[in-house]
Design a protein around this ligand. Structure first.
Ligand code: NAG
Ligand code: NAG
Ligand code: NAG
Ligand code: NAG
Length: 367
């Protein structure tokens, strides 16, 4: 009997351990903080989040090491100790790259084992010395089949190094995530699915920037959840990731705390897909939610929530702004929950209006 019990324990213990490691992922209710926004880290209400991403660390294209710009070092190195007092459970991740980081440097780094190792080793020392709980890769975007394959190698080697570092130092393994394109294909180029599934804790699906005055001469829902007849929607993207083999519980749905303003060609043609003459309000038309609410308070435009596509817009005269207000955020968080996704993230905390969207998201998910 005792022997039988022992056998049972021996066989079930590693099993339980494995179960803890694979299925023990806590929900992700997250947001990025952007250094460029100049929003004070000390003002972040970390009680509204489980994870906070500090953006961005850089890739040095000469050394292939991860670095932090001198102007950001003080805020990055104290990021965790600044956000943690209000929420001792919040996890912090150092995000590397971003939309304005040259993708060629990532392609070059990922192309050789030695440069991948420099990148990986330096990322780990930086994360540890700054006291982050994890690392996040934001390579926008691998754009050839070779680059996608090399991304796969990078992720697998990174995960191996994180496991080793954790074992050797007896510290909790650093988390590893990546921000990815809305679909599991970057246009026709598939992401390395097995490496993503095996080596990342989750992916942040960037389900936004679908329409903007910089690349669309008609108005559009910038971060539509649904967009019938197109492949340009959050739902299409999430389904593509699931279909390609990433389990729902590794997917984190992204939404923007900003919108885009266009100048309408005709003030009376003011729905989605109306002709425009370019950006309004700012050079690129991009506008944080706080500024959008201020515009609404001042100009009293007509406000519309379209529940079919899940997007808000407002228009007054020839100014038209597409964005996510509380209704869109609520619908998206409900979608994430109903589809058993791991969670959601927002870009970026500093653009919110007195925590209104952050709070809506957090309350919709529930605790
Ligand atoms: C394992 O991690 C330790 C501690 O970070 C490091 O010194 C060592 O080089 C690593 N070994 C491998 C094979 O990466
Ligand atoms: C808007 O863009 C479409 C597609 O790029 C193009 O066919 C069309 O001519 C453009 N219209 C205007 C008014 O610039
Ligand atoms: C919502 O937007 C879609 C796409 O443009 C449109 O077909 C639909 O009529 C809109 N719904 C409402 C209620 O305006
Ligand atoms: C910010 O939100 C809080 C909580 O909802 C509210 O009590 C406060 O009045 C708001 N502050 C401003 C300036 O709107």
């Amino acid at each position: 009997m005792a022997a039988k019990l022992l056998v049972l324990l021996l066989f079930s213990f590693p099993f339980l351990l494995q179960f803890r490691f694979s299925a023990g992922q806590n929900p992700v209710r997250a947001a990025y903080w952007s250094a460029v926004s100049e929003f004070p880290v000390s003002s972040i209400d970390s009680t509204l989040f489980t994870h906070l991403f500090c953006a961005f660390a850089d890739l040095n294209s000469q050394t292939n090491r991860v670095t932090v710009a001198p102007a950001n070092q003080a805020r990055f190195s104290s990021f965790t100790s600044t956000v943690r007092p209000r929420n001792p459970n919040v996890k912090t991740l150092l995000s590397i790259g971003g939309g304005s980081s040259p993708p060629a440097a990532f392609a070059s780094m990922a192309s050789q084992a030695s440069s991948r190792k420099s990148f990986i080793d330096s990322s780990i020392s930086l994360a540890r010395s700054y006291n982050f709980d994890g690392l996040d890769l934001d390579w926008e975007y691998p754009s050839t089949q070779t680059e996608m394959n090399n991304l796969g190698l990078l992720l697998n080697e990174w995960k191996t190094a994180l496991n080793n570092e954790s074992t050797v130092t007896r510290r909790a393994r650093l988390l590893l995530s990546a921000a990815v394109f809305r679909n599991s294909d970057y246009y026709t180029l598939p992401y390395p699915i097995p490496a993503i599934r095996n080596s990342l804790d989750w992916i942040n699906v960037m389900a936004y920037d679908f329409y903007g005055p910089g690349w669309s001469n008609v108005t559009g829902p910038p971060a539509a959840l649904y967009n019938p007849g197109t492949q340009v929607s959050g739902d299409y993207g999430i389904r593509s990731w699931i279909r390609s083999g990433i389990p729902a519980n590794k997917l984190v749905l992204g939404f923007p705390f900003y919108g885009y303003a266009w100048r309408l060609a005709n003030a009376n043609n003011n729905g989605f897909f109306a002709p425009t003459s370019g950006a309004a309000i700012t050079p690129g038309g991009d506008l944080g939610y706080g500024r959008i609410r201020a515009f609404i308070a001042q100009n009293k435009p007509v406000q519309v929530y379209n529940a079919t596509v899940v997007s808000n817009y407002c228009y007054g005269g020839t100014t038209w702004i597409g964005y996510d207000d509380t209704q869109s955020i609520r619908a998206k968080v409900s979608y994430a929950k109903q589809n058993a996704l791991l969670g959601y993230f927002a870009w970026h905390v500093g653009a919110d209006d007195n925590w209104s969207l952050s709070r809506t998201a957090s309350q919709t998910w529930g605790s």
